[in-house]
Design a protein around this ligand. Structure first.
Ligand code: SF4
Ligand code: SF4
Length: 299
């Protein structure tokens, strides 16, 4: 059985990547599971999706704890323990990172001895999901280019001809780039249920009602959560175009990340703007545009 985990941020196409890879396996005659896992927050929040594929019936369920291949769409997740990117990585696990840095740099930073590859970040490429799905398809070594192409068409036809063509190009480019490493990911035996350790019984002591009831002891704690770290696209206000209808953008911002200054101009709090881009869609004068966060970080 192949066990594959995709990690990224909401909006980077990890759910779609897992669907494409799952469909491509299916077209090759495999039984497949593919599923995303995310919480209440969407764009920008760390999420993961996983794929299992086997020639036999898949009995395993739930998240993949011991992956054969881990794909990371956003390298800023790697140092974030809560994202769980490196969870369960073993010496045989292949790690593929979508990054502008070299594999050697990441090997040194992460102190990982096993196979580690990078898929370079292409300029103007905002949606890495299809390229990573294509790369994964080649790394497992059992998916043909035509099965990959058919899977992309199946999943993305609804986007229209132009977007479909661009995504097909990306998927096949990712597939070709991994040609020297075709088959690097090794299929592992499926675990028998008997091989899984039984969970210990957990005794939960009962508390008195005044202890057990939910209580918030301090107000305004959400300000401590710097959701600005989730951002992949940054809203930027073009002030000469802004007509100071501040109630529009500041009201629509779900994170209250747009303040209004004394001259009634909006100001974005980048510590807490998570990059959902609702303000970009709502601004009536199109005074707010979006730029990749990575381009803002460059000097
Ligand atoms: S909605 Fe647009 S035009 Fe209106 S205040 Fe906000 S940025 Fe300026
Ligand atoms: S400022 Fe704009 S992009 Fe940032 S959280 Fe608010 S609505 Fe979303």
């Amino acid at each position: 059985m192949y066990r594959i985990r995709f990690h990224g941020r909401g909006g980077q196409g990890m759910k779609t990547a897992s669907r494409i890879l799952g469909s491509a396996f299916f077209l090759q005659g495999y039984e497949v599971q593919d599923a995303p896992r995310y919480g209440a927050e969407r764009r920008g929040a760390p999420i993961f999706a996983y794929v299992r594929a086997a020639r036999q019936t898949i009995q395993e369920r739930g998240i993949i704890l011991e992956p054969d291949l881990v794909i990371v769409a956003d390298d800023s997740l790697l140092p974030m323990p809560a994202a769980g990117v490196l969870q369960g990585i073993a010496a045989r696990t292949v790690l593929l990172i979508h990054s502008a840095e070299t594999p050697e740099t990441w090997r040194h930073r992460l102190n990982i001895a096993g196979p580690l590859l990078t898929l370079p970040v292409e300029a103007e490429q905002h949606f890495a999901g299809t390229a990573l799905a294509g790369a994964a398809a080649r790394l497992v070594g059992v998916i043909t280019a035509s099965a990959l192409e058919q899977a992309v068409r199946q999943e993305l036809t609804g986007l229209g001809a132009e977007a479909l063509a661009a995504n097909l190009d990306q998927a096949l480019a990712g597939y070709e780039r991994m040609a020297p490493q075709a088959g690097l990911v090794r299929e592992c035996e499926a675990l028998a249920a008997d091989a899984c350790p039984r969970p210990d019984w957990v005794e939960l002591p009962l508390d008195e009602a005044d202890m057990a009831a939910a209580a918030i002891h301090a107000g305004a704690t959400s300000v401590e959560v710097r959701t600005g770290l989730w951002r992949t696209l940054r809203p930027v206000i073009d002030y000469p175009r802004c007509n100071r209808c501040w109630w529009v953008c500041s009201e629509f911002c779900p994170d209250s990340a747009i303040r209004v200054n004394a001259e009634h101009y909006p100001e974005i709090d980048y510590e807490h703007c998570k990059g959902c881009l609702i303000c970009v869609a709502q601004c009536p004068t199109h005074a707010i545009s979006s730029i990749p966060e990575s381009s803002e970080a460059q000097p």
